[in-house]
Design a protein around this ligand. Structure first.
Ligand code: ADP
Length: 473
C-alpha cells in the first residue's frame, strides 16, 4: 500500500497552492494599492504646484505678448491680439483688454462666445473626471499694459482657479495610473506563478514528513525517509521525524526487553518456591527449618530484585532530581569502606585507598550509591586474598574516582554490555552471587545525570577497573 496516496498528494499540493498563491496575490494587491494611493497623493501635490506655476508663467507671457502689440502710432494691433486671445482660449485663459478710458479693446467671449463655452465645458469635464466634487471657481488676474513707462491699458486674465488640468495633463495622469495598474497586473500573474512553484517545491518535502510520520504511526520505526529539499528547516523536520522513529524503536525494544527480563528473573525463584511448597503440602517433604530457610532465600531474592527494579526506575527516570553540593569525596569513600569492613576481613581482601581530600560538586547520596555498587561488585567478583584499590584523582576537567580489583575480570565480549540492565557476564555464576545485572545500570544512570562518564577496563582472570569521571564545577 502506498504510504501517501495520489489523492493526498493532490490535496496537499492544492491546499498549499491556494494558500501560497492567495498570500502572494494579497501582498501584491496591497503593494499596488499603496503605490497607486501614494503616487496619486504625491502626484496631486506636485502636479498642482507645477500647474499653478505654469499658469503664472503663462499669464505673464500673455501680458508681455499683449504689451508688444501697442505702439504710439498705430495704438493696438488688433490682428495680433486676436491671435494671442484665441491661443489663450485654447489653453483655458479668457482675456479682456481695455484701454485707460476703460473702453474694451478685446474680449474673449465677445470675440468667440461659443469657443469659450466649449473650452470651459471641456475643462470642467476634465476636472470632474479627476475630482468628482470639483466646483468651478472662476478667477481673474489683472495686469497693466505699459508703453514707454506709461500705462496704456489693462488686461484681465480669467481662468478656473486655483488650477485646472488641460487635456494633455489629464492624459498624462491617466497613462501614469494605467502603467501602475499594468505593473500591478503583471505582478499578480508573477505572484500566482511563484505561488505555484513554491507549492510544488514545498509539497514534496511535506509529503516526505507525512510519509515518515505514517511509517511511525504504523509501528515501522526503522524505515527512514530521505529529505528531498534544500529548505533547511524542512530537512530538519524530516530528520527529527526520522529520529523520533529511532527513539520510539529504542523505547519499544527496551520495554520488551525489560518485560522479558523481569519475567525471566522472577520465574526461577518463583518456580523453586512453588515446587518446594507443593512438595511440603503434598507431604513429600517434611517442612524442616532448612527447607523453610531455602524458601526464604528465594523470597529474599525476589524482594531484592523488586528493590533493584524500584531503584532502577528511580534513577533512570528522565527527571532525576540531583541535589548537588560541595563535599569531600575522600570522606565519603572512607565512611563507605567502613560499612564493608567485615566483608573485607571475612574474604581476606586487602584494601588500598589513596586518601586525598578532594571537594567535588555532585549529589552526595547518589554518588555514594555509585561507589557502593562498584565496591560491592569488586567484593563479589574478587577472590579471597586478592586486593581492591580505590583512588581519587583529577585531570584538567574532571574529578576521577576509580575502583580496581584483581578479581575474576570480564570477558572482552561482555565488556561492552555490562552497563545494560539485566546483563550478567556469566549467567550461572552470577545467579549464585545473587546479582540481577542492575547495579551497573543504576551507576551509569546516576553518572549520566551528572553529565559524567563511567567506563570499565578489564581482562579475564586479571581483574577489572571502573572509572567514574565527574565534571569539575
Ligand atoms: P550484578 O548485580 O549482576 O553484579 P551489575 O550490573 O552490577 O550486576 O554487573 C553486571 C555484570 O558485570 C555482572 O553480572 C558481572 O558479570 C560483571 N561485573 C561487574 N563488576 C565486575 C567486577 N568488578 N569484576 C568482574 N565482573 C564484574
Amino acid at each position: 500500500m502506498a504510504l501517501v496516496t495520489g489523492l493526498e498528494v493532490n490535496k496537499v499540493r492544492k491546499t498549499l497552492m491556494v494558500k501560497l498563491s492567495a498570500s502572494y496575490i494579497l501582498i501584491t494587491l496591497i503593494c499596488v494599492t499603496l503605490i497607486i494611493f501614494f503616487s496619486n497623493l504625491f502626484l496631486d501635490q506636485q502636479f498642482k504646484n507645477y500647474v499653478i506655476k505654469q499658469q503664472d508663467k503663462e499669464n505673464k507671457s500673455i501680458v508681455e505678448d499683449v504689451n508688444h502689440q501697442y505702439s504710439a502710432i498705430e495704438a493696438w494691433n488688433t490682428e495680433a491680439i486676436n491671435k494671442i486671445g484665441l491661443k489663450a482660449i485654447d489653453e483655458g485663459l479668457f482675456i479682456t483688454i481695455k484701454d485707460t478710458t476703460d473702453s474694451m479693446i478685446w474680449d474673449a467671449s465677445t470675440y468667440n462666445y461659443d469657443k469659450c463655452e466649449v473650452v470651459k465645458k471641456k475643462l470642467t469635464e476634465n476636472m470632474i473626471s479627476r475630482y468628482p466634487n470639483w466646483k468651478a471657481m472662476y478667477t481673474k488676474d489683472q495686469y497693466d499694459i505699459v508703453y514707454d513707462s506709461k500705462k496704456v491699458g489693462s488686461i484681465e486674465i480669467g481662468y478656473f482657479g486655483p488650477f485646472y488640468y488641460t487635456d494633455n495633463e489629464i492624459v498624462y495622469i491617466k497613462s501614469l495610473n494605467r502603467i501602475i495598474l499594468g505593473v500591478g497586473l503583471i505582478s499578480l500573474i508573477i505572484a500566482l506563478g511563484i505561488g505555484l512553484i513554491m507549492a510544488r517545491g514545498l509539497s514534496k518535502p511535506i509529503l516526505s514528513v507525512i510519509a515518515a510520520a505514517k511509517l511511525i504511526e504504523g509501528g515501522n520505526y526503522n524505515k527512514k525517509v530521505t529529505p528531498k529539499t534544500d529548505i533547511k528547516e524542512l530537512n530538519e523536520l524530516i530528520m527529527t521525524v526520522n529520529n523520533l522513529g529511532s527513539t520510539l524503536n529504542e523505547q519499544e525494544m527496551l520495554r520488551r526487553r525489560l518485560t522479558r527480563d523481569v519475567s525471566h528473573e522472577l520465574r526461577t525463584p518463583l518456580t523453586t518456591l512453588h515446587s518446594h511448597m507443593e512438595a511440603m503440602i503434598d507431604g513429600l517433604w517434611e517442612p524442616t527449618t532448612e527447607r523453610l530457610i531455602s524458601c526464604e532465600e528465594e523470597v529474599k531474592r525476589i524482594k531484592r530484585l523488586v528493590g533493584d527494579l524500584e531503584n532502577l526506575t528511580k534513577y533512570e527516570s528522565e527527571n532525576l532530581v540531583l541535589n548537588k553540593t560541595n563535599f569531600n569525596i575522600s570522606e565519603v569513600v572512607k565512611n563507605l569502606v567502613l560499612n564493608f569492613e567485615n566483608e573485607f576481613i571475612n574474604k581476606g581482601i586487602k584494601l588500598i585507598f589513596n586518601e586525598k581530600d578532594t571537594i567535588i560538586y555532585a549529589d552526595k547520596d547518589k554518588i555514594s550509591q555509585v561507589i557502593i555498587n562498584l565496591l560491592s561488585n569488586a567484593l563479589k567478583y574478587t577472590l579471597d586474598g586478592d586486593e581492591i584499590a580505590i583512588s581519587i584523582d583529577e585531570d584538567k576537567e574532571n574529578n576521577i574516582i576509580s575502583v580496581k580489583d584483581t578479581g575474576i575480570g570480564i570477558a572482552e565480549k561482555d565488556l561492552p554490555h555490562i552497563f545494560q540492565r539485566f546483563y550478567r557476564a556469566d549467567e550461572s555464576r552470577n545467579r549464585k552471587t545473587g546479582g540481577a545485572g542492575i547495579g551497573l545500570a543504576i551507576a551509569k544512570a546516576i553518572v549520566d545525570a551528572h553529565g559524567g562518564t563511567i567506563t570499565a577496563e578489564s581482562k579475564l582472570g586479571e581483574g577489572s577497573k571502573f572509572i567514574v569521571k565527574i565534571l569539575k564545577k
